[in-house]
Design a protein around this ligand. Structure first.
Ligand code: G3P
Length: 219
């Protein structure tokens, strides 16, 4: 399973990339607005692409098919590893088809059902992003979208990658991995949580205490 970092924070991406913990990055307009600072959005994407060799999702902010297509083409010029993110709308799928035909990778975002994932795959998306946490938030089971999309893609041989998004906790990542999602995109806080277990800390502390009792003996 690949891990992407779900952020536009250059500092967080630098840390995770240098630590070798991530395979790519996803951004969206909300994340960009949060971390943009004084920089131009294209410059932020360019800098992220320099830091991370894998896929970097940059989202269009227009709504019409032609506008999304033109905007996607411009975003794709920023770097070879840009993946253009488009919303799961009728116009978004038309833009997806055109961008994919031009050889540009597309991540169809804001997917809330397996049927939307299937439609996006048929349009030629390289990635589909089901939003697990937001579905859980309304009392439904977000992970069902991953299971159903996995089965559908396997039934018909789609090579579109399932990118589990809107991840709220490490268990979401574990469950998505068990089902066979190709990628999980996680906020930095959750990437850090994924490395932790209280028994690891307790065990390490015990090892250090025991070792310190004997290590002074040779002095
Ligand atoms: O990349 C988009 C997605 O991960 C959003 O997550 O937490 O805003 O539902 P969230």
């Amino acid at each position: 399973m690949k891990f992407f970092l779900d952020t536009a924070s250059l500092a967080e991406i630098k840390w995770a990339s240098e630590a070798g913990l991530i395979d790519g990055v996803t951004t969206n307009p909300s994340l960009m607005a949060k971390d943009l600072g004084d920089l131009d959005p294209r410059e932020v994407i360019r800098r992220i692409c320099e830091m991370v060799p894998g896929s970097v999702s940059a989202e269009v902010v227009s709504l019409g098919a032609e506008e999304m297509y033109q905007e996607g083409k411009e975003l794709a010029k920023i770097a070879d590893n840009v993946t253009v993110k488009v919303p799961m709308t009728e116009a978004g799928l038309i833009a997806t088809k055109r961008l994919a035909t031009d050889g540009i990778k597309v991540n169809v975002t804001l997917c809330f059902s397996s049927m939307q994932c299937l439609m996006a795959a048929k349009a030629g998306a390289a990635f589909v992003s089901p939003f697990i946490g937001r579905v859980d938030d309304i009392g439904q089971v977000g992970m069902d979208i991953i299971s159903e999309a996995r089965q559908m893609f396997d039934n018909y041989g789609f090579d579109t990658e399932i990118l589990a998004a809107s991840i709220r906790h490490p268990r979401h990542v574990a469950d998505a991995a068990l089902i066979g999602a190709d990628v999980a995109t996680v906020p930095t806080k959750i990437l850090k949580q994924m490395m932790l277990h209280p028994l690891t800390d307790k065990g390490l502390s015990q090892f250090m205490d025991d070792w310190n009792k004997v290590s002074s003996k040779g002095e």
